[in-house]
Design a protein around this ligand. Sequence first.
Ligand code: 6R9
Length: 572
Amino acid sequence: MNSTNEGTNIGPYEERVKDFSWDAVSRELGHEDGAPLNIGWYCTDRICKQGLGGKTALIWESTQGEERKYTFDQMRLYSNAYAKLLQELGVKDGERVAIYLDRVPSLYFSLLGILKLGAIAVPMFSAFGEEALQVRLANCDAVACITSPRLARKLRKARPGLPALKRVIVVDVDDESKLKGDEMAYSVEDAPPVDDFPVFPATEETPSLLHYTSGTTGQPKGALHVHGSILSQYITTKWVMDLKPDDVYWCTADPGWVTGISYGVIGPWSLGATQLVLEVGFIPARWYSAIEKHRVSVWYSAPTAIRLLMREGEEIVKQYDLSSLRHLCSVGEPLNPEAVIWSEKVYGLPFHDTWWQTETGAIMITNYPGMEVRPGSMGKPFPGTAAAVLDDRFEPITEPNKPGKLALKPPWASMFREYWGNRTIYESKFKNGWYITGDRARIDEDGYYWFEGRDDDVINTGGHLVAPFEVESALLEHEAVAESAAIGTPDKVNMEVVKAYVALKSGFEPTKDLELSIMNFVRKRLSPLAMPQYIEFMDKLPKTRSGKIMRRVLRAMDRGEPIGDISTLEDE
Ligand code: 6R9
């Protein structure tokens, strides 16, 4: 798949690699050394100062199909109003404020408002159940949470475990009598406009966001990001998404995950781009009609969505005018070559795979507009990024096509600065001067990177990472469960889904009803993503002598691979 880089923002890749400098990115953003750098201000006020206040920043479609548009100037005013509200409620800079909302406009206004105040925004996926929510908000001692009437019900159940949570702000309230206790109704569009808010003078190192992600051991960890991340997010959006002034950009990711923030808020708005947000989830007809109606030109999605669209077939594509599309990107899981070839055939454009992580904050390895796409490859490192594949001694492998640990050379602007309150695990991610990603990859003769799989037990289901430990902890809370283990089992659409192995307490029988009860139990506590799609009952689980469950043995069993003699494992 050959193309040309003529007219792209990045131009010739090799030249950008040669002349890349963070200072040049700072200059482009008009940022002087030592001057304040606040993401909230950069995504709204700065764009208005450039004379684009009247440009549409957000096109929003509700689940029911209602459409609303907001200009950069409205974004500026509404984010100011949220900053002022939180300030009046006593929230201080550095404190954590959670956002637990579906994709409604207030999610975006409040996020930018929290950043303008200098507080740390903690986005929570709206499908999280009470336990998933409680574990995360308790971990970071969130002092306030912005939510909706529907989600407030789940938050109420989590609240006894959240002593630090003093303020609950509920948006889009129809009936105030349904609010409980100290919950406060707020409507930014009815509040007095706040034209001038003294934006917190953040520096590049001031904390901005806490994104929870799943690790190999323990509960999810909060990856702490800083305002300086905007340098990475700005330049990657400009060069990888190739956004131009007239583009209509659509990132399908939910802001509960890092993609929905780095490329669904910060990157596009720091460039003054118009972006579309659909409240509704994946519905092929709604997606295609939205592209047609809003003339979407740049589309950032995920392999699972693409595979689902492939399953819907080509006929439905022909019913819509998708001629506005000009550039497509994907992230979150391996993008299989068939998906790239299919999209080239039906949309006339290949999806460009991009690779990165919550911890990296921005795209690190990717296929560039105008560069040859090798279907199945993640592409090449972003200019200014040193990547490598390391051997077991954490030394770079120079031989082409030999798989190893994918690693990046710190620092870069959007690198996470800490796992909240967990210095030891943070430090364990750095070895021999490299950040170890937890993925395996190989590099071919021409410098293209190929994903080989994860190097740990984390489950990637439909692009969402699930910590086995979190699922196992939830399973153990079920009255019938004595021992539990969770692994990812291969799935055609979602790449992997969660499978649980369970040993029951005496007195319980492995029935279909019990299986469903356990599944539902996890779904309600954690989320539909973390719910095991399969449960296998066992008398006891394979464990080491120290009591660690051997997930690797269970994975081998699941895949029908030889596992050896399990009885000896207890002695390992
Ligand atoms: C942005 C995001 C990160 C993990 C990552 C890897 C997997 C992401 C990928 C990919 C193959 C790609 N992943 N992009 N695997 N090809 N293009 O997804 O962040 O939720 O932290 O997930 O997802 O395993 O390490 P996060």
